[in-house]
Design a protein around this ligand. Sequence first.
Ligand code: FAD
Length: 464
Amino acid sequence: MTLLQTSAPDVVRLGARARRDAGVRLAAGSTLWLSLLLVTWWWVTGGGITQLGGWATGLESVGRITGLASAVLLLAQVVLMARIPVLERAFGQDELTRIHRLVGFTSFNLMVAHIVLITWGYAAGSLLASPGTLWDLAVNYPGMLLAVAATACLVMVVVTSIRAARRRLRYESWHLMHLYAYLGVGLAIPHQLWTGTDFTSSTGRQVFWWAAWGVSMASVLVWRVGLPLWRNLRHDLRVAAVVPEGDGTVSVHVTGRHLHRLPVEGGQFFSWRFGGRPGRTRANPYSLSAAPDGRSLRITVQDVGDGSAAVAGLEVGARAWVEGPYGRLSPRARSRSKVLMIGAGVGITPLRALAEHLEYAPGEALLLYRTSGTSLFVDELHELADQRGLVVWGLPGRRRAADSWLGDTVDAPTDLAALRSWVPDVAERDVYLCGPGPWADLVLRDLRAAGVPEQHIHFETFGW
Ligand SMILES: Cc1cc2nc3c(=O)[nH]c(=O)nc-3n(C[C@H](O)[C@H](O)[C@H](O)COP(=O)(O)OP(=O)(O)OC[C@H]3O[C@@H](n4cnc5c(N)ncnc54)[C@H](O)[C@@H]3O)c2cc1C
């Protein structure tokens, strides 16, 4: 185990990366809002407001602005999920996924409004004539059949992403269908260029739209395809050992070339594919369970389904392919000297790596570890306690109530009271949280109630 600094860290230096990330979040949000403002301005100067005076022209006009906003948000979707390192670092995957969901549903609703309103407007405001007009538009206007195919792709992606439907699908099936969104975006482009004067009627408009499409497509090619390919060829990761940890959990040690050049920190995760096992084309996200030391990486995996179960059977020498690193559950999110880490079950893995990688003085970092089964990393946590002054509290037992995140060995009247009595200065700490989604929601509730500011809560959940 690498033992890092044990004296108090310099808080100003610590906060520098967190401040830079806040700047990136502001810049990204502003770019999106300014783009929406710009296309609205072009719609206004193109007569959008004047046309609101008539019924049919008004429908068409609102149809145009909803289509423009939908197109901007659709491209923002592509960028959000392009795994652009600067965005991944600034937002973290949980937050990016939340924004992606919000932007995605909004874009889809606007697209439906665009189709309905434009058709209705072209049908001179007559609902009865609209189906015939829709057929005419689809068949006789350039690029429109492709737009119909694009709509079908996007409908499939959205329907399978509604929570009730998503729960019924295997993750892999849902993910595969989600990739049709790229096809949807691609197929929608021709009708925008061939029929949409809002896209082509001035040089400014053309530059904006071509730049937006170019940037989003290039982001996918560079960061979703190029960078992972280059990293994997460069580092040539191989399984070095598979070590049982008990209770259906194994640790996998991986070595590779030039690992000191892999820009990863304790607490981050990769999406992993392993050669020599069934289902090797499927990627599963696993966090590092030890701080990277420049020579090897370690993950610790609990058997919950076929992908994770197969990890125990990996052979030494098997090839590992990774995408990443991703995640904000790392030292870069830190801006305070005192730290609280709260983990449950296998959610302890990134916190174990973080406890090794973070700088802290003895007694400044506290780890609350909730488990109802075998505790992981017992010896390693003792070692961190002895040598680094990490304070570790186990919270064993079954959950004491459905709306409690604590075990039945705790006798405080409420979870919040327990948290406040154990960590009276919780509001002055950076808090790192990791565990199953519903459990983490309960902890988040109490952290907020205890006064921890939102920007000091860093969390990751292991399910969807
Ligand atoms: C950011 C992150 C870090 C994680 N770190 C760890 C870790 O360090 N150790 C560990 O044991 N587990 C970790 N997990 C959970 C782990 O990824 C899943 O348990 C595993 O992918 C399950 O796959 P399966 O084929 O065995 O089971 P399945 O039966 O296919 O899936 C079981 C559940 O796992 C989730 N899941 C499956 N595949 C994926 C995927 N590709 N992406 C996201 N979620 C998926 C879904 O909720 C699914 O319902 C992490 C999850 C996330 C999102």
